[in-house]
Design a protein around this ligand. Structure first.
Ligand SMILES: Cc1cc2nc3c(=O)[nH]c(=O)nc-3n(C[C@H](O)[C@H](O)[C@H](O)COP(=O)(O)O)c2cc1C
Length: 244
């Protein structure tokens, strides 16, 4: 059983799609191939990987309530390729968006469903994830937490000879539990979908989001965008700059 996981984010690094596909690969059995779709040059290699595959999982961001245009171009090529080579693939999708409601990915899911029926492929379903950017930040925070724990342990050994600084471990466990909680909906659905991908079965469409109240999300999103605007040239400078 071979599954091809396609990261369709155009970002070079730190994309949310990579995070969700990493989790999905953990929950999926059989042979796993990971591909990136960023430019038209990536298309041929991915299509070749599909020849002997049984399943394909698209991991992609939602753009303007739909599928990013470079992914649509690839789907057009894939439709022809699958018809010509009479491929029978199960198609799954992990879509994420910046706003908090995962349900916003419904139109995108419908595009994939229609694509499958046109291409003679089997639609397996997918997970729509809201708050993708923020969930992606949780994995970065987790790595930072591990780094801080390592640093505290080294300092504790140097200063007191204690190999197990209890307070640092308790702090780490609390943070890890909180980050895990934020991701619970995603982990649950990806685990269920992974089991069904491995068995070649239908999953259906499921929607989840980062597990925080919306008003907290809005507050953090505002802070995030203000910091990003400042780092990318200043709030007003960016808005008022003459467009190229
Ligand atoms: C051109 C563009 C359009 C977007 N449109 C939407 C949108 O309609 N709704 C939304 O919730 N997020 C939207 N987003 C945010 C992305 O879906 C979000 O940043 C996502 O987490 C990116 O995933 P990635 O890191 O895997 O590329 C848009 C982002 C870009 C760059």
């Amino acid at each position: 059983m071979k599954t091809v996981f396609i990261n369709c984010s155009p970002k070079e690094r730190f994309c949310a799609s990579a995070y969700f596909l990493f989790l999905q690969r953990l929950f999926t059995g059989g042979t796993k191939v990971y591909e990136k779709l960023r430019t038209p040059a990536d298309q041929a290699g991915i299509l070749e990987q599909l020849r002997d595959a049984q399943a394909v999982v698209f991991g992609l961001p939602m753009y303007v309530d739909g599928v990013p245009s470079h992914v649509l171009r690839f789907m057009e090529e894939m439709e022809v390729f699958c018809r010509e080579n009479k491929l029978c693939l199960n198609v799954y999708c992990i879509a994420n968006n910046g706003f908090i409601e995962g349900k916003q990915n419904e139109p995108l899911m419908q595009v994939f469903e229609n694509f499958c029926s046109r291409s003679g492929l089997t639609w397996g379903g997918g997970v729509g994830i809201g708050g993708g950017v923020m969930l992606n930040v949780t994995r970065i925070l987790f790595i930072v937490d591990i780094g801080l724990l390592a640093l505290n342990t080294v300092l504790s050994i140097v200063n007191t000879g204690d190999f197990f600084p209890k307070a640092a471990w308790i702090g780490f466990a609390e943070n890890a539990a909180l980050l895990l909680y934020f991701n619970l909906g995603v982990l649950f659905y990806l685990a269920v979908m992974g089991r069904l991908i491995s068995k070649g079965e239908y999953f259906g469409k499921r929607y989840t989001r980062i597990l925080i109240p919306s008003f907290v999300f809005i507050l953090f999103a505002d802070i995030f965008f203000i910091i990003t605007s400042v780092l990318e040239g200043g709030i007003f400078k960016g808005w008022l700059a003459r467009k190229e």
